[in-house]
Design a protein around this ligand. Structure first.
Ligand code: BTN
Length: 236
């Protein structure tokens, strides 16, 4: 695969999107030492200081209908979760759909962006922000109660290259398995890593948020949330 490495970018997702528009092949990786305008889900930002984590995006061209693409974001969560266990000795769990948490705090966020026309995917960008060597003092005050890192959790710094290698190996493994066998094996592993199934959760979309019991996820990865009034709400 091709690797584009930058000292500083506004956002690796943004640069990946530009490269994808210029026919970058499947598996192209964009990685930056720092992001000055890292983007998170729901219009949030992503704190990405120089050399303290993995800020990267992978360009994919999955040969599927756009409606079958959402599982890819859960697939990326499975890949990063496996890689963190293997290469950093950190047992993160997944909060639906793709936040990676340790002790209730976020260690990795994933932002998937899709470009599609009609029935066809032009490209998909999977952006991953993995907090590795940030200390508590590195975190802005407003993130200290909600974010964590490998260093904070284990007391040891970790090689960014080693973790990135593990992430890419895992991503390739799960992506090829998904293409070959569909979403079921990915979902089975996702459920093993889930820290939210069977627990009360609050989930948000751009417009609304819901609180309830995370009962299950369906075969497409939608969350089945039992609302306090008893109704079962499907959140996609
Ligand atoms: C989230 O809100 O949880 C998703 C955060 C995703 C952050 C990563 S860092 C690399 C890539 N580039 C971005 O601008 N965002 C993603």
């Amino acid at each position: 695969c091709r690797i584009y490495h930058y000292t500083s970018l506004v956002s690796t997702n943004r640069t990946a999107r530009e490269l994808a528009g210029r026919e970058a092949p499947d598996g192209t990786l964009v990685v930056a030492e720092e992001q000055t305008g890292g983007r998170g889900r729901l219009g949030r930002g992503w704190y990405s200081p120089c050399g303290k984590g993995i800020w990267c995006s992978v360009i994919l061209h999955p040969p599927v209908n756009p409606v079958d693409a959402p599982p890819l974001t859960m697939l990326a969560a499975v890949a990063v979760c496996s890689a963190l266990r293997r290469a950093a000795g950190v047992e993160a769990g997944i909060k639906w759909p793709n936040d990676l948490l340790v002790n209730g705090k976020k260690i990795c966020g994933i932002l998937t962006e899709l470009s599609a026309e009609m029935e066809r995917i032009n490209f998909l960008i999977t952006g991953m922000g993995i907090n590795l060597n940030l200390t508590a003092a590195d975190l802005p005050a407003e993130l200290r109660t909600t974010a964590t890192s490998v260093l904070i959790e284990t007391g040891r710094p970790v090689s960014r290259v080693a973790v990135l290698q593990a992430v890419l190996t895992e991503l390739e493994h799960w992506y090829l398995l998904w293409l070959q066998d569909g979403f079921a094996p990915v979902l089975a592993r996702w459920k093993e890593f889930s820290v939210t199934l069977g627990r009360p959760v609050r989930v948000a979309s751009l417009k609304e948020s819901w609180t309830g019991l995370a009962e299950d996820v369906d075969e497409n990865g939608a969350l089945l949330l039992r609302l306090p009034a008893g109704e079962l709400k499907k959140v996609v």
